[in-house]
Design a protein around this ligand. Structure first.
Ligand code: ATP
Ligand code: ZN
Ligand code: MG
Length: 318
């Protein structure tokens, strides 16, 4: 995959004057995002959601010809599947677990006493068999593997989920809970690489048609710790991850709005998922950050949806 750079990739309108309201402040002021008191956890207005819905429809249309199997999961998954997935090896710092009170009446009284005293009440919360989904595709691999070997044509899934990552930030594009739409391809290396290549093209065309400046860049996941540095370098060197970046918060550090990931046989061997001929399955996924694309549109076309360029409005709402 050649790196595509659009000449418009350096453009960022309405650069924020030092000391003035940030993009996040302006989103709050316009009611597009709603404060909850937690960084990276926001309510959204009807207007914001109308863009998210339109993007969801466009992504469906772009994938319609391949007849992907639609599956939707709640934004949480089984803890044992999560443990087996390997997520904790790479990203222990981002994981979110669901804990619950398992005590008796006396324990309940202690919680209430702690609340009253303003001290820590969470001592009796115990880990449950539920964790928060970190990426839309995580729940699908065990489901696919449970069906047995892949058919000769492989499989293609269409997923969407709220995802949790413990990365609180004042950048509106880095949320703790956000929606990710994904297509996931499982099959031979040739099948999954062809899938990724075609989505690099489709995703680029989609974002250009929405009037956004963009660049496709090699990328890596933020693997934790010192050993993680090596994994990240390796991922980059092998061209396993590409991102479609749009300047949103700054020109220097553009924001990944789509990502195109080739996992090689990582999930295939983790989940014992095989191709029709018995070889370990390869997988790839393309992920669309629905809030991030919406925020990129708001940054470039302005906070008044009615004033967006006619061509962009037509693309979104026909
Ligand atoms: P980044 O490098 O910015 O952290 P990422 O590499 O972690 O992004 P992926 O893991 O590839 O992102 O997730 C797929 C898509 O989900 C991203 O392209 C992005 O659009 C979206 N996304 C990822 N993290 C967040 C977040 N914290 N808030 C909102 N959207 C996100
Ligand atoms: Zn994925
Ligand atoms: Mg990240």
């Amino acid at each position: 995959m050649e790196s595509i750079s659009s000449p418009a990739g350096d453009v960022l309108p309405e650069d924020e004057p030092a000391g003035g309201p940030t993009f996040l402040d302006r989103l709050f002021d316009h009611g597009l995002l709603v404060r909850t008191g937690v960084d990276g956890l926001y309510g959204r207005s009807g207007g914001f959601e109308s863009v998210v819905d339109a993007l969801d429809r466009i992504i469906t249309r772009l994938g319609a010809a391949e007849g992907a199997e639609v599956l939707r999961f709640p934004p949480a998954m089984s803890r044992s599947a999560f443990e087996r997935s390997g997520y904790l090896k790479g990203f222990p710092n981002l994981a979110g677990t669901v804990h619950s009170f398992c005590g008796d009446a006396r324990g309940h009284a202690e919680i209430l006493a702690c609340l009253e005293a303003g001290t820590d009440w969470t001592g009796q919360q115990e880990a449950t068999d539920v964790v928060l989904t970190p990426a839309a595709c995580y729940p699908v691999y065990p489901v696919a593997a449970a069906r047995g070997a892949l058919p000769a044509a492989g499989r293609l899934f269409d997923l969407q989920s709220y995802c949790f990552r413990r990365e609180p930030s004042l950048e509106p594009t880095r949320m703790q809970l956000f929606r990710m739409r994904e297509y996931v391809r499982m099959g031979s290396p040739e099948q999954v690489l062809a899938f990724r290549e075609s989505w690099l093209e489709r995703g680029t065309a989609m974002m250009r048609d929405l009037g956004l400046p963009l660049a496709i860049d090699a990328a890596n996941d933020p693997f934790f710790g010192r050993a993680g540095r090596m994994l990240a370098n390796n991922q980059r060197a092998q061209g396993l991850k590409f991102e479609l970046n749009v300047p949103v918060n700054s020109v220097d550090k553009p924001t990944a709005c789509l990502s195109f990931n080739y996992h090689q046989d990582h999930f295939g061997s983790t989940w014992d998922l095989h191709q029709a001929d018995g070889a370990v399955a390869h997988t790839a996924c393309v992920g669309f950050g629905l809030e991030r694309i919406t925020l990129a549109l708001l940054r470039h076309h302005g906070l008044d949806l009615a004033a967006w360029p006619e061509a962009v409005r037509a693309e979104l709402w026909g």
